[in-house]
Write a protein that binds this ligand. Structure first.
Ligand code: NAD
Length: 246
């Protein structure tokens, strides 16, 4: 059975992706941030995946830290035998207008959203190269494509992911490794629950479909990009925003 790592899979879009991939028949590696509450949620996600008849295990790792990622990838290789897919989903926001944004908030968002993608792609491509196949999907954002006031740190990290995706697609294409990105718009998760009703209403005004996206609507596109149906798709960014940018 093919194995896929999903980072930040204890809740929100990551948990939904893990469950969708389990339904597709993937063995699932559920990465979670090393906290008790994330561990508890990740265990519940793993149980749901196992109920679908696949292998699913939880691995604690702060993906912004290279050493954590290295230990996780080593353990996954031993436990699962191969690593066939990687979904870089973990992400945080620490919003604020540039004039007021603290340096530590800039650095924290870059470390979790961007450096983690370097960490995980560097480690996992070395496994995939030997296998001569692999599929990577990076979770960017419409903020990385178009910018968003109050998110100079987040937009920078999500734009960087797009450049990294295209570069890795070019570097590893000859090894049968594809690398694509998805750019979600406004999706209903704990990350967006904290926004004010006024801001949410204003944002939805700009969405052609006039509603939030659901995590399942991200998971279905990730599922496609990891599938054999997407065997000739690489270096692409698929916007999943209900028509936000038209
Ligand atoms: P969320 O806050 O519900 O989930 C994020 C997950 O990442 C959590 O499980 C969290 O524990 C994990 N995480 C955070 N830091 C981590 C670290 N250092 N190591 C390991 N795990 C870590 O948010 P979400 O909405 O599900 O977001 C998932 C991804 O989708 C993020 O990359 C986010 O930027 C992106 N995204 C979300 C939206 C949206 O509207 N919700 C839009 C565009 C992009």
């Amino acid at each position: 059975m093919a194995a896929v790592i999903v980072t930040g899979a204890s809740q929100g879009i990551g948990a939904c992706i893990a469950k969708r991939l389990a339904k597709d028949g993937w063995d699932v590696v559920i990465n979670h941030y090393p906290s008790d509450s994330d561990k508890e949620k990740a265990i519940a996600v793993a149980e749901e995946c196992r109920a679908l008849g696949v292998k699913a295990e939880c691995y604690a790792a702060d993906v912004s830290k290279y050493a954590d990622c290295e230990a996780m990838v080593k353990a996954v290789k031993e436990d699962f035998g191969s690593i066939d897919g990687l979904v870089n989903n973990a992400g945080i926001t620490k919003d604020g207008l540039l004039a007021r944004m603290k340096e530590e908030d800039y650095d924290a968002v870059i470390a979790v959203n961007q450096k983690s993608v370097y960490n995980m792609m560097k480690l996992v491509t070395s496994v995939m190269m030997k296998q001569r196949h692999g599929r990577i999907v990076n979770v960017s954002s419409v903020a990385g494509l178009y910018g968003n006031p109050g998110q100079v740190n987040y937009s920078a990290s999500k734009a960087a992911i797009i450049g990294m995706t295209k570069t890795v697609a070019k570097e590893f294409g000859s090894r049968n490794i594809t690398c694509n990105a998805v750019a979600p718009g406004l999706i209903r998760t704990p990350m967006t629950d904290v926004l004010s009703d006024e801001l949410k209403a204003k944002m939805i005004e700009a969405v052609a479909l006039r509603r939030y996206g659901e995590p399942e609507e991200i998971a279905s596109v990730v599922s496609f990009l990891l599938s054999d149906d997407a065997s000739y798709v690489t270096g692409q960014v698929i916007e999943i925003s209900g028509g936000l940018s038209m």
